[in-house]
Write a new protein. Structure first.
Length: 187
């Protein structure tokens, strides 16, 4: 009986320590040191939250830059990859469909190469960035749909190209939500 009581007490103490105290301390540190990130890296327009810079949103139509495709329809709860292997016919069909749609929307030749990030879904299904190449290929479509100057839209895209993290981790990228918000704000 003594062993059972000790086990129960240890369980209660560890639950309080690791389930209450530790999370509160870490949350407090994060609120002080990384307030924006700890609260979701939210982007606001006119004081209203329009999204997170860390989570992709679906943009359709010609007036907006498109993010990379999502296997989970850009939903955060069922997010994830399709898990199709390289020999899976569904993957081949999805890639062909995505490439054809991208070429058609951007008036590219049928044999024009399409950036991989515009035909393959990401591992999370929610990657908010595309490659600068993917963004640049969409400039003419977006400028035409908005009756905007191509040079002005090009300058906006270039302004939103982020270099690799710390200059060497990853690749250059463009946050699609930030770009589209700036595009809406452009006169």
């Amino acid at each position: 009986m003594k062993l059972v009581i000790q086990s129960l007490l240890l369980t209660v103490v560890l639950t309080i320590l690791t389930g209450v105290i530790y999370p509160l301390v870490v949350s407090g540190i994060c609120q002080v040191a990384f307030k924006d990130q700890a609260n979701g890296s939210l982007l606001r327009r006119n004081g209203e939250v329009v999204g997170s810079e860390r989570i992709a949103q679906q943009f359709t139509g010609d007036k907006y830059f498109w993010p990379r495709p999502s296997a989970g329809s850009y939903a955060t709860v069922p997010s994830g990859a399709s898990n199709y292997g390289p020999t899976n016919q569904k993957l081949h069909d999805a890639v062909a469909t995505n490439a054809a749609a991208f070429r058609a929307a951007n008036k590219l030749p049928a044999n024009a190469p399409v950036p991989a990030d515009m035909v393959f879904t990401s591992g999370s299904g929610l990657d908010p960035q595309t490659s600068p190449t993917a963004a640049r290929l969409q400039i003419t479509r977006v400028a035409s749909a908005r009756t905007a100057d191509v040079a002005q839209v090009t300058a906006l895209v270039e302004r939103f190209v982020e270099p690799p993290q710390w200059g060497f981790l990853g690749q250059a990228r463009v946050n699609v939500l930030k770009l589209n918000l700036a595009l809406d704000a452009m006169k």
